[in-house]
Write a new protein. Structure first.
Ligand SMILES: [Zn+2]
Length: 324
């Protein structure tokens, strides 16, 4: 994990320096912008995700320090822990709680959302929408959360004391890196254009990998009883709403920070992701033994096709037979 973190953070720093201080032509800036997005996504998948789950290290201060890598790349780790660890992990794929399946009416990701005419084309435009989501996250969402302390209609505690300081410092560092330093060296339209490329590429990669685990044909979309209670036990709910993919791809295992092992991640989110390939066959075997449906797509491409078909079916309003 330390080696991997070193490689990823060094790639991020090197690419940033080359892009901001050395690139002088569009054909240098564009590929660097894409690599910077890749490094940003790699920080998200491999470093901040584990750290915010306290799975990066046995030492709390190491987890806290690594969790702040999210603030470095533009998101607040404080709000993330509420959005992801609490609402998403507790209520996977449950409308009204899991904000990952809420595209503000612009996309229909669950059969329990009402269908609108625009959704007919969502299998084509959702990918671009995923790109815009990160720009919204950077420039609007965290500030809105700081003011309202409401997430998907649920209240959560505002940051306090040192948490405010960390939140504010994170925003200052990110905005300085993303805008202040580049604007001192380049015209506004260049900075805005390159920012849009980095942020939207980050958003597409980030959203696609998260969607392949929960918004595919094989995943379940249970409802709560209206008071936040689920019919099935917690562990069964976690397994049935998550789908693994590309379990045997060494590249996917290294790059995706265990997000291709979401079943294992949702059951054991405080175990570091490097252990998931070893745990997965045991979890699968146990699920089969107890009659719990365990789903995975063999490759990244298969998962991507399943997400595409899911978007198309929901957009058209096809009758959906949900896995029981
Ligand atoms: Zn997680």
């Amino acid at each position: 994990m330390y080696f991997k973190t070193g490689v990823i953070l060094a790639s991020f720093a090197l690419t940033y320096v080359l892009l901001v201080f050395f690139a002088t032509a569009w054909w240098q800036a564009l590929p660097l912008a894409v690599v910077l997005a890749l490094a940003t996504v790699a920080i998200g998948f491999n470093v901040m995700h584990d750290a915010n789950h306290e799975a990066y290290s046995d030492r709390p201060w190491v987890n806290q320090a690594m969790a702040m890598s999210l603030d470095l790349v533009g998101g607040s780790s404080y709000f993330w822990r509420w959005k992801h660890n609490v609402f998403h992990h507790t209520f996977v794929n449950v409308i009204g709680y899991d904000t990952d399946i809420n595209l503000a009416g612009l996309g229909r990701l669950t059969p329990h959302h009402p269908r609108a005419w625009i959704h007919r084309w969502q299998h084509l435009y959702c990918w671009l929408l995923y790109g815009v989501m990160v720009i919204k996250w950077h420039l609007f969402d965290d500030f809105r959360l700081a003011v309202t302390a409401q997430m998907g209609g649920h209240r959560f505690p505002r940051p306090r004391g040192a948490q405010w300081v960390a939140l504010f410092a994170g925003k200052v560092v990110f905005l300085t890196l993303a805008f202040a330093i580049p604007l001192a060296l380049h015209p506004l339209w260049v900075v805005a254009g390159i920012y849009a490329v980095v942020a939207s590429t980050t958003g597409i990669m980030l959203a696609v990998v998260f969607q392949l685990a929960h918004c595919v044909e094989e995943a379940g979309f249970p409802l709560d009883d209206g008071a936040g209670r689920m019919e099935k036990p917690w562990a069964v709910h976690q397994v049935e709403t998550s789908v693994d993919f590309a379990r045997h791809s060494r590249l996917a295992c290294w790059l995706l920070g265990g997000l291709n092992f979401q079943i294992e991640h949702h059951l054991f989110s405080r175990i570091c992701h490097v252990n998931y390939p070893a745990i997965a066959p045991i979890v699968e075997q146990t699920c089969r033994e107890f009659g719990v449906s365990y789903h995975y797509n063999p490759t990244f491409a298969a998962a991507l096709r399943s997400h595409y078909r899911w978007l198309r079916a929901l957009g058209r309003g096809d009758a959906i037979a949900l896995p029981s």
